[in-house]
Design a protein around this ligand. Structure first.
Ligand code: ASP
Length: 326
């Protein structure tokens, strides 16, 4: 699956990468951003279409922006056919389905869970962490204990399909993340309501067949998701280790604060990953950004990342993100 590139091509790439210039370089500041007066939803991969539709419905029924992002990502979480999120997610190398999620609301409050087992909708537990505890992140057994105390139902999340894939993997036990393996991975959903308020949610089963205990970017505020209601929000998908190393989503938001347009902010974050990660050729990263004025953008390291953009009841479409390596 990996594109092998010649040394010359890599050198040329690095030359251009090292000559980093922000295309929309200088500070616009947040002053002058005019929320556009209608909701905007932006979600990773093709499962973003269903997530957006559910979130839109919540907003139309008078739900809050946090209700909307939670309801949106619960759809792929509860889809047993979706092997990268929630129920049916591919397990770790020990055969355990461990889930990561986080949520952030316009006021800056946030909550997350990591390594959570047996709960179909980790995003809803993350929301409870945000609203019912003084903490931001609960992990592993503690997260499960909290979820059960909150009334969540314990259930086996390892579907026959995921178990079969794990058994296949055990034949070689090779740890080799594959770019865009099923054209969907983490679901990250960014949303803006008609008043201009922003929220986001991010949820995943993480890398397939990861080490038990491995946590990626997705439940980490600032890495897999970040929302600043004055500036905008960002979310990430792909190799979590690379996103963590540059605090990816926070970086994208801060770049927008400096005046970068959403797509350019995502592109600059991808460039930073290329500079820091010698393995960049073999991984995929995708960022999405939603700015306070309703402008949106996405950018990926490799070809193949798409996202769902919804701006009206009958306009929910997939967009192919621009990318760095070809
Ligand atoms: N970012 C997720 C992780 O590293 C995986 C993904 O988006 O595919 O856990």
């Amino acid at each position: 699956m990996f594109n092998r590139r010649s040394f010359i091509k890599k050198s040329a790439l690095f030359t251009s990468v090292l000559g980093l210039q922000p295309l929309f370089g200088k500070a616009n500041s947040s002053v002058g951003f005019v929320p556009q007066g209608k909701p905007t939803l932006l979600a990773t991969w093709n499962h973003g279409l269903q997530a957006n539709a559910a979130a839109w419905q919540v907003l139309q029924s008078g739900g809050s922006i946090v209700d909307a992002v939670e309801a949106g990502v619960r759809v792929p979480e509860s889809d047993p056919e979706n092997t990268s999120v929630g129920l049916g997610g591919l397990p770790d190398r020990d055969g355990r389905v461990t889930l990561d999620a986080c949520i952030m609301e316009p006021g800056g409050n946030c909550g997350g869970v990591a390594g959570l087992e047996y709960i179909e909708n980790p995003i809803s537990v993350a929301r409870k962490v945000m609203t019912e505890t003084p903490h931001v992140l609960l992990v592993g057994d503690g997260a499960l204990q909290f979820a059960l105390e909150q009334g969540f139902t314990r259930k086996n999340l390892l579907t026959p399909k995921a178990e079969q894939a794990w058994k296949e993997w055990q034949k070689t036990s090779e740890y080799k993340p594959i770019i865009n393996i099923e054209n969907h991975d983490t679901i990250g959903l960014l949303a803006q309501d008609a008043h201009g308020n922003l929220a986001g949610a991010c949820t995943t089963s993480g890398l397939a067949f990861k080490m038990h205990g491995r946590v990626g970017d997705s439940p980490i505020i600032g890495a897999g998701l970040f929302v600043d209601n004055e500036i905008g929000g960002a979310t990430a998908t792909g190799m979590g280790e690379a996103v963590l190393k540059i605090a990816g989503s926070h970086t994208v938001v801060e770049l927008m604060r400096q005046g970068y347009a959403p797509e350019e902010a995502c592109k600059e974050a991808v460039k930073r990953i290329i500079k820091k990660d010698p393995n960049y050729n073999n991984i995929q990263i995708g960022f999405l950004a939603l700015r306070k004025d309703g402008a949106t953008g996405g950018f990926a390291l490799q070809k193949g990342f798409n996202y769902a953009l919804m701006i009206s009841a009958n306009q929910n479409k997939l967009v192919d993100a621009s990318y760095m390596l070809s």
